[in-house]
Design a binder for this molecule. Structure first.
Ligand code: 1CP
Length: 338
C-alpha cells in the first residue's frame, strides 16, 4: 500500500493523498445514505451504511486511503454520556462531567460497546481494494475532555480551563480514564482490520504551550507508545491542530505528524521533517477556486519533493466545497512528477 509505505518514509511512485472529512455533506451520495439511515448517529451505528459512506471518496475522488466513517464522540457516548446531534447546532451531551461523582459513573470499558465500529471496519476492509489503506481514528483525550466538560463545542473552553487551572488533578483523572478507553478502542480497531490509526487533537490550540504539553500532548504520546509497542507495523498519525509556535517541543513514538493549514509547512519540515513523515496541509478553502487550489498544491509538492510526505488538507473538507475541484486535486497530485 502506497499510503502505508509513505507513513514509514519509504519511497513511493507518487505522493499519496487523502482528505480529512473526505466523507461528508459535500458529496450528494453521502447526503443520500445519511437520509436512508435517518440521522447522523444512526448512520454511525449502521455498519452496512457507514461502510458505504467510508468507501464513497475512494470511488469518487480516487484517494489512496479511506478513513473509517464514525465520530470522535462515540467514545464518550459509550462511556455513558447521552449524545444528540442537532442540525445546525452540532453535537450536544445531555449531562456534563463536573465532579468526582460524575467521573465515577463513566465506564472504563466503552470499547466493548463499540462493535458497530469494528463491524464497519471489517466490512469496509473486505470491499476495499488491496492497495488502498483503511485509517482508524479517535479523538485525543484533551479534545474529548472539552466536549465532556462543556457538553458541546466551545469558543472559549472556559469551563474546561477553569478546572485545568483550579483543579488540575480532576482533569488529569478524567484524561487518564479517557486515555485508558482509547487505548483499548484503537487496539480493537486494529484487530478489526484498520491499517493505520490517527489521533485528532482538534482543539490543541485552546491551550498555552505548557498546559498543552502537560494536559494534551502527553496523553497522545501515551496512546501512541501503547500502539507502537504492540503493533509496530501500524503507523500512528498525530494531528494536534494549531501548535506551530512550539514544534521543537514535539517528540514521541509515532510515525506521521499532521500539519494544520495555519502552520507554514516549510517550518514544520525544518523542525520535524527528519523525525516524522509530514501529512498536510492545503488550506481547505482554496478548493473553492481551481487556480488557488492548484497553486497551493504545487507549492506544497515542490517544497516536499515527494519525500516523507502525505498530501492532505490542513483541516477537514467543508460541506459546500465543490467536489469537481476535489477530484481535480487528487488527479493533479497523482500526476505530479518531481
Ligand atoms: O452529516 C452531518 O451533518 C454530520 C457532520 C459530521 C460528519 C460528516 C460530524 C458531526 N462528524 C462527521 C464525521 C467525522 N467526524 C469523521 C469521519 C471520517 C472522515 O474524515 O471522512 C471524523 C474523522 C470526525 C472527527 C471529528 N468529529 C472531529 C475531529 C476532526 C476535526 O474535524 O477536527 C471533531 C472535532 C468532531 C466533532 C464533531 N462531529 C460532528 C461535528 C459537526 C463536530 C464538530 C462540532 C464542533 O464544532 O465542536
Amino acid at each position: 500500500m502506497i499510503f502505508i509505505d509513505a507513513c514509514f518514509g519509504k519511497e513511493t511512485p507518487y505522493t499519496p493523498v487523502w482528505f480529512m472529512r473526505q466523507a461528508g455533506r459535500y458529496l450528494s451520495e453521502y447526503r443520500e445514505t445519511r437520509k436512508q439511515a435517518g440521522d447522523f448517529l444512526s448512520l454511525c451505528k449502521n455498519p452496512k451504511l457507514a461502510s458505504e459512506v467510508t468507501l464513497q471518496p475512494i470511488d469518487i475522488l480516487g484517494v489512496d486511503a479511506a478513513i473509517l466513517f464514525s465520530d470522535i464522540l462515540v467514545v464518550p457516548m459509550e462511556m455513558g454520556m447521552e449524545l444528540g446531534f442537532f442540525t445546525g447546532e452540532g453535537p450536544k451531551f445531555t449531562q456534563t462531567i463536573q465532579s468526582d461523582k460524575d467521573l465515577k459513573q463513566l465506564r472504563q470499558d466503552s470499547h466493548l460497546s463499540l462493535n458497530y465500529v469494528y463491524d464497519t471496519i471489517t466490512m469496509t476492509r473486505q470491499k476495499l481494494a488491496k492497495d488502498k489503506a483503511l485509517i482508524g481514528f479517535c479523538g485525543a483525550p484533551w479534545t474529548l475532555a472539552t466536549y465532556m466538560i462543556e457538553g458541546q463545542g466551545s469558543k472559549t473552553y472556559n469551563q474546561t480551563k477553569k478546572i485545568l487551572y483550579s483543579n488540575a488533578q480532576f482533569l488529569h483523572n478524567l484524561l487518564e480514564l479517557i486515555t485508558h478507553n482509547l487505548k483499548n478502542y484503537l487496539e480493537s480497531q486494529i484487530k478489526a482490520g484498520v491499517n493505520a490509526v490517527m489521533i485528532f487533537d482538534s482543539w490543541a490550540a485552546a491551550l498555552e504551550e505548557s498546559a498543552y504539553l502537560e494536559f494534551g500532548f502527553e496523553y497522545c504520546k501515551q496512546i501512541a507508545s501503547f500502539i507502537k509497542q504492540k503493533y509496530p507495523e501500524i503507523p500512528v498519525i498525530l494531528f494536534p491542530k494549531g501548535i506551530s509556535g512550539y514544534l521543537d517541543k514535539i517528540d514521541g513514538e509515532f510515525d506521521v505528524f499532521g500539519v494544520d493549514w495555519s502552520t507554514p509547512l516549510k517550518i514544520a519540515k525544518e523542525k520535524l521533517g527528519d523525525k516524522y513523515v509530514l501529512q498536510g496541509n492545503l488550506e481547505p478553502c482554496r478548493i473553492y477556486d481551481e487556480k488557488s487550489m492548484l497553486e497551493g498544491a504545487k507549492d506544497i509538492l515542490d517544497l516536499m519533493q515527494g519525500k516523507r510526505h502525505i498530501f492532505n488538507l490542513g483541516h477537514g473538507m467543508l460541506p459546500d466545497l465543490p467536489r469537481e475541484n476535489a477530484i481535480k486535486l487528487v488527479d493533479f497530485i497523482h500526476q505530479y512528477r518531481f
